[in-house]
Every structure is written in C-alpha cells, then in structure tokens.
Design a protein around this ligand. Structure first.
Ligand code: PHE
Length: 335
C-alpha cells in the first residue's frame, strides 16, 4: 500500500506539471481529487488493512490529499494570472498607448515669445492687477472723467472708481510710481472691454512696454519696435509708423506691418491696403510724468501696447479670434 501511495504521488506530480490549460486542470482534479478519484478509492482500501498498519497509511494518504489540493489551487492561480497578463489575453508586442501630453495655449506661447524678445533687449517683465482703480486705468493716463476716449473703451465697471482694466497701460503708472528712471519694463496681461465679434472678445491679452531715461528719443522707439517686428515676423517684414493719437503719449504712432497674407498686394485680411496695424505707441506725455513725480525736463521715454490675439492671428493666419477661447482640441493641437 505504501508503495502504491508513492507511485500515485509521482504520477499526480507529473500530470499536474504538464497541465497547460483549464480543461486539463479540471481533468486532473476529477482523476486524483474527485469523489470517484484515485485518492478517494485509495482511502477506502485503507479500511481493509490490518489494524496496526491502518493509522500510518491513512495519515500519509491524508497528507498527500492535502498536498495535491494545495498544488491544484496554486496551478489554478497560475493559469488565471497567465490569462490576464500573459500571452493568452494580451499581446505584449502591441505598441503602447501614448499618454496625452499637455502643451501651452497659443496665446501663452505668443506672450512668452514677445516677452522673450524684449527681455533680450533688457526689459524686465512685470505684472499689474486686472481689477484696477479708475485713477490708474484713466486719470493718471491723462484721460479725465469727461474725456471722449472713455467712450472708445467700452469699460466694465466694478464700482464707481474701480474697473476691469481696459488696457495694460495702467501698469506703466504703477511702475513709475514705485521706481525712478531708468525704467524699462514689459507687462503682459488680460484686459477687458464690452465687445464681441469675429475680431473682438470681452477679454483679451495685451503686452505693454515702457522705457524712460535721459535722452530717450522717438528714434529709440522706432529702433526698438523695428527690432521686435523683425524677430517676431521675420527680418524681411516691412513696417511703418503712422501718426495717431493717445491721451498718454505725444507724439503718438500706430505701427503697421506689411500684410503677412498678401505681402502688400492687397487682400481681405488687410482690407486691400497691403498693411496690418499691430500696435499703438508714442513718447510718454509729460502730463503723465506729473502724476508719478518724474521731472519732464530731465526725462523722456516711450511706451507701446499690442494686442496678443491680433499678433497671434497674423503670425498663424487665423481669421476668427473666438477660436482661441473655444477650447477645441483640433485647433489647439496645431500649436
Ligand atoms: N493702451 C493703448 C490701447 O490699448 C495702446 C498704447 C499703449 C498706446 C502704449 C500708446 C502707448 O489701445
């Protein structure tokens, strides 16, 4: 009987190690561990042994049954694991799924690029509050309460003397209030106006520039902005300074660049003029120096402000400003 038991164990071990799928495993269970299986049959025969042999053989048979049951369960787990992680359920040679990687919004990219260009020329990047006092947004920029320029900028009022800033120019005043010349700063930020169509959104972005020192001339303004346009749009891009008016600069000029679409031939984008307006600028008006305590006899300077969405539309040939705010991934992924 003992020899039979040893033989049974050897055979069961061999069979189990060859099991490679669920059906074979079930067959193993039925044959060795089942109610009509070999071990059960063996146990029954133990009863026919002489009394003194019975306990030892019985104990050994029980041990073997437990041992085989353990190995059976282990094998079951192995097969299950292989099904979910192994060759049966998953093709490990398939290429992986690429994790979606975020990127900067095109407006953010253009802001960073503009700031980088001016930072290389020595301008320091500064910020100011979006909710602004009437004093900084208008008054100190030489736009008194009854000034017609207030109508031009459809202002969101927060209270009687607080507005959502309509431009980044108030940052000029805040910087000059805190610091004596020489100053040269570049100030990006959101601005707000009550306006919405294909070329206007109620919130958009501007970048403001300000440089004040002794002996700063209009020539410095022209040189600085020419350098900027050449770096931003390519060094073959022609530009022109067109006389204009702003209450806080005198003289004032708007800067146009040769139409990037038609190269000056005339097209819809440039209204058949061959030119595109990209920014406002001028020499800081002596009136403004009065508000911040600079001596206009000693210092001169220039300022400029540009709309970022407009720059981005021209740079990338986009014809609808609303695209920047729709969060359509098909649009955003192109940048
Ligand atoms: N703040 C003006 C605007 O929003 C632009 C500007 C800035 C003009 C600085 C001159 C100097 O239209």
């Amino acid at each position: 009987m003992k020899a039979q038991l040893a033989e049974l164990e050897k055979e069961a071990t061999r069979v189990l190690s060859a099991v490679a799928h669920g059906d074979a495993l079930e067959a193993f269970r039925v044959k060795y561990l089942g109610k009509k299986g070999l071990l059960t049959a063996f146990m029954k025969k133990v009863g026919t042994l002489p009394a003194h042999e019975r306990p030892e053989v019985g104990r050994k048979a029980n041990l073997l049954k437990r041992e085989l049951a353990d190995r059976f369960r282990k094998k079951q787990e192995d097969l299950a694991a292989r099904k979910t992680g192994g060759a049966a359920g998953l093709d490990v040679t398939l290429p992986g799924r690429e994790p979606a990687c975020g990127r900067l919004h095109p407006i953010t990219q253009v802001i960073l690029e503009v700031c980088r260009i001016f930072a290389r020329m020595g301008f320091r990047v500064v910020k100011g509050p979006n909710v602004e006092l009437d004093f900084y947004n208008f008054e100190a920029l030489n736009i008194p309460k009854d000034h017609p320029a207030r109508d031009m900028q459809d202002t969101f009022y927060v209270s009687d003397n607080t507005v959502l800033r309509t431009h980044t120019s108030p940052i000029q005043v805040r910087v000059m209030e805190k610091q004596q010349p020489p100053v040269s700063v570049i100030a990006p930020g959101k601005v707000y106006r009550r306006d919405s169509d294909v070329s206007h959104t109620p919130m958009f972005h501007q970048v403001e520039g300000l440089l004040v020192d002794k002996d700063v001339s209009f020539g410095d303004l022209k040189g600085t902005l020419t350098g900027f346009v050449h770096q931003m749009f390519g060094k073959d891009t022609a530009l022109r300074f067109r006389p204009s008016f702003f209450p806080f600069t005198e003289p004032s000029a708007e800067v146009d660049i040769r139409c990037v679409i038609c190269k000056g031939e005339g097209c819809r984008t440039c209204s058949h003029t061959g030119w595109l307006e990209i920014l406002g600028s001028g020499m800081v008006d002596p009136e403004v120096y009065g508000f911040v305590g600079y001596d206009p006899e000693v210092y001169t300077g220039f300022a400029f402000g540009m709309g970022i969405e407009r720059i981005a539309m021209l740079k990338y040939g986009i014809d609808d400003i609303q695209l920047f705010f729709r969060n359509d991934m098909r649009f955003l992924r192109q940048f």
